[in-house]
Ligand binder design. Structure first.
Ligand code: 9D3
Length: 213
């Protein structure tokens, strides 16, 4: 599940440039069960399976070694991921991301090995794997030197809590739909003004909640 994401695009370049090291660990390596079981039935009954504490405890201890690391559990009950949170995580040296699966993780993991819990939004996924990749993507692109000069300024809009302005590329006329004249004018001040107005108008239409905060 992870290799196609980690081996493509920005994440691939960031790793190649040694800006980040991303390692994937299989929990089954750490099970003490002869059938490599990492989940079991819930105490108290009910549907689904619960991830056992022991493999996660042992995995986190081993992976940490002597290093200091923040241990994050991806779970539906976590704090929603924001750009602010991504910026603060990007400053840290080591992160260990624990992916839940099945109905959940034995609660003693959350209380005894996890530093914080993060969700990527209010919709139901099958496990924490894709959320972990989402987190890795949005944190990695914030590490200095990962993005090229041309890409790095694009942050501005979200920085101001606004949506992006509309983008256009060639041709200037596509099926009779024309690119706004100001963008062809060569007047950089006018372009700047138009884009900032458009960002605000667009945010008001699509995400009025962003303007209220
Ligand atoms: C009926 C209770 N469900 C909680 C909403 C059970 C449940 C659903 C999905 C338990 C685990 C999961 C798997 N999801 C994740 O591990 C997960 C997740 C998600 O589903 N949505 C958004 N962010 C995340 S981070 C981890």
């Amino acid at each position: 599940m992870f290799s196609p994401i980690l081996g493509a695009s920005m994440l691939k370049r960031a790793q190649a440039k040694k800006k980040v090291t991303i390692k994937v660990h299989d929990l089954r390596t750490y099970t003490k069960d002869k059938h490599k079981k990492v989940d079991d039935r819930p105490f108290g009954g009910g549907p689904g399976m619960v991830m056992m504490a022991q493999p996660i405890f042992d995995a986190v201890r081993k992976i940490k070694g002597r290093r200091d690391a923040k241990v994050i559990l991806l779970c539906p009950a976590g704090t929603p991921l924001t750009q602010r949170k991504a910026r603060s995580l990007a400053k840290l040296k080591n992160l260990i991301l624990v992916c839940g699966h099945y109905e959940g993780v034995d609660h003693r993991v959350e209380t005894d090995v996890i530093d914080e819990t993060i969700s990527i939004g209010d919709y139901v996924l099958t496990g924490g794997e894709l959320p972990a990749m989402v987190l890795v993507d949005c944190v990695t692109r914030l590490i200095p030197g990962v993005l090229g000069d041309s890409e790095s300024l694009t942050e501005e809009s979200f920085e101001a809590n606004l949506l992006d302005y509309p983008h256009y590329t060639r041709p200037a006329n596509f099926r009779g739909k024309k690119v706004p004249n100001v963008l062809l004018s060569g007047n950089h001040d006018a372009v700047k003004k138009w884009r900032s107005e458009q960002a605000i108008v667009r945010t008001g239409k699509k995400r009025p909640d962003l303007l209220k905060s």
